[in-house]
Design a protein around this ligand. Sequence first.
Ligand code: IPE
Ligand code: IPE
Ligand code: MG
Length: 238
Amino acid sequence: MESTEKKVPQHVSIIMDGNGRWARERGKERVYGHLNGVESVRAVTEESVAQGIKYLSLYAFSEENWNRPQEEVGYLMELMMKSIAGEFENLMKNGVRFVVLGNRARLSATLNGAIDTLMEQTKDNPNLTLIVFLSYSGKWDILQAAKKLALAAVNDPHVLDNLQIQDFDDYLVTAGVPDPDLIIRTSGEQRISNYLLWQGAYSEFYFTDVMWPDFRKEAYREALAEYARRDRRYGKVK
Ligand code: IPE
Ligand code: IPE
Ligand code: MG
């Protein structure tokens, strides 16, 4: 039997989808789904630590999500604020480093302040890096990277000599983070919705009909088991 050791992904990423439909199915407002989704975040974070996964990243709010009704956007930002305030002890207990990536200029000063504080407090935690993508989109990330590179090249044209694909990685907001091995999307949708376009170039995809508020440890373990059965070839022949 092949060892299962190396079959544990280093980086799992999740497009947390289906909160609104989950709530509607229960005759509740969409925001009730967002509220219940927080418990799923806690569950997959704990399970990631238990499984020895080093990076867990979560697509929490896309650049496109700013176009939702103002009420829902406001609720989501409020919920983010509350979760950040409430999670400190849990993150410390589990040794989790908290990181937010995205277009942070669009977030409020209060939320940015709370994020910075939690990132600083948890920065030395060794078990798992939990990345929350907030106001993020893949095209936005590639564009901001291209702008940074263009500026660097204006200052020193030699930057472009021998520029490798790996060098471009360093201009993305995910610099230093390994590419996701596995991208999970809940709720039955099978699309990338402008998520990790560059970084997901060779990720394994796992789609499940389970709505995000119902995606707990058992559903997560099933996804990880499926990943362990995948054969990653990277264009080569075995
Ligand atoms: C995911 O659930 C959460 C966010 C995108 C913020 P949705 O809010 O997209 O729920 P559905 O897909 O409409 O059911
Ligand atoms: C993708 O979900 C974004 C997040 C989960 C944060 P959406 O619900 O916004 O995506 P679409 O609209 O179905 O593509
Ligand atoms: Mg959705």
